[in-house]
Design a protein around this ligand. Structure first.
Ligand SMILES: [Zn+2]
Ligand SMILES: [Zn+2]
Length: 309
């Protein structure tokens, strides 16, 4: 049986001219004095040709600058309404949904910085062998994950692998797909643009990115994007922030007091509940190994952030 994995490229939204393929190892982050003064110049020309050129703080600043402009959010609302109408007519697949919204999100949230030569999306359709294997995983199925691949003297590629969801209600499913897409695109943005130089940045990478890719900088950006999506689309859309905060804290073996949950709009009791679920999952797995326990539940909404090529 052939795999249903399909590569999705930016096709639906007008893009700026093709830019030279950026070199992965050519840039380190620059001081703020080196940045072009005009924000238009910074975002349309400068950042785009300089992967690995931002500090985490600059990345947060850029995402905050990109978002919440009313005219941009109106485009999003319009496209979403159109999507729902197409659903009623039964004319649009989930694959096409992602194909259309990836470049829209890129334009609205990432200044067109996630071009197809840097950020690729692989769609695993429901029923495909890889989809079934993921669905049957005892360690918990994934909605999506993002790999980062960097080769010396070559470019960085961030690849999002997206498993089609299987929800009964079309609108809920659409919102869930879009929330996951935005979540993974934010990982791609960090993969491609945040500096990892030996001299300054590499030493702080784990502290900033966290153990799961969901460190504080990721969460600050995710809050900005989620707020915009909730305004433009539907208050129920989300980027699984509670879930991945719990995942990160559980990995670190830290309590909720070590993160500014209130500032991030997260509810302490909800994060703690998720942490408890993670801990019980581990216990269940141990029982499974001993052969006296039930199969573990799927951990919906998880997203891994590997760095394999
Ligand atoms: Zn650096
Ligand atoms: Zn994630």
């Amino acid at each position: 049986m052939r795999s249903s994995a399909i590569s999705i490229t930016h096709t639906m939204v007008g893009k700026p001219q093709q830019l030279p393929r950026p070199r992965a190892m050519s840039a380190c982050h620059l001081s703020s004095e080196d940045l072009p003064k005009s924000s238009k110049e910074r975002y349309t020309n400068w950042f785009r040709t300089k992967p690995l050129s931002l500090t985490h703080e600059q990345a947060i600043e850029l995402i905050n600058d990109a978002n919440l402009a009313p005219e941009k959010l109106r485009i999003l609302t319009y496209r979403f309404t159109w999507r729902l109408q197409a659903l009623e007519c039964g004319t649009m697949s989930n694959q096409v949904l992602l194909e259309q919204f990836l470049p829209i999100f890129d334009m609205i949230f990432f200044f067109d910085l996630l071009q197809p030569e840097l950020c690729q999306l692989r769609f695993i359709a429901k029923g495909a062998p890889k989809w079934i294997a993921n669905f049957e995983k005892k360690s918990g199925r994934m909605n999506a994950y993002t790999n980062r691949c960097e080769r010396k003297e070559s470019s960085i590629i961030s690849r999002i692998t997206f498993f089609e969801k299987d929800l009964a209600d079309d609108k809920t499913q659409t919102l869930a797909h879009l929330g996951t897409l935005a979540h993974e695109m934010l990982h791609s943005f960090f993969h491609i643009y945040v500096c990892r130089c030996e001299e300054k940045c590499k030493a702080h990478l784990k502290e900033k990115n966290g153990l799961t890719g969901h460190g504080l900088p990721w969460h600050r950006c995710a809050l900005t994007i989620e707020t915009a999506l909730q305004k433009a689309l539907d208050p129920s859309i989300h980027l699984s922030r509670t879930l991945v905060m719990a995942k990160e804290l559980n990995q670190r073996n830290e309590s909720t007091s070590t993160m500014p949950l209130g500032e991030l709009g997260l509810v302490v009791s909800e994060v703690e509940h998720r942490i408890a679920q993670y801990k019980s999952m581990v216990k269940t797995k141990v029982k499974e190994v001993k052969g006296d326990g039930p199969e573990s539940d799927d951990s919906e909404g998880t997203a891994s952030d590997g760095t394999v090529c």
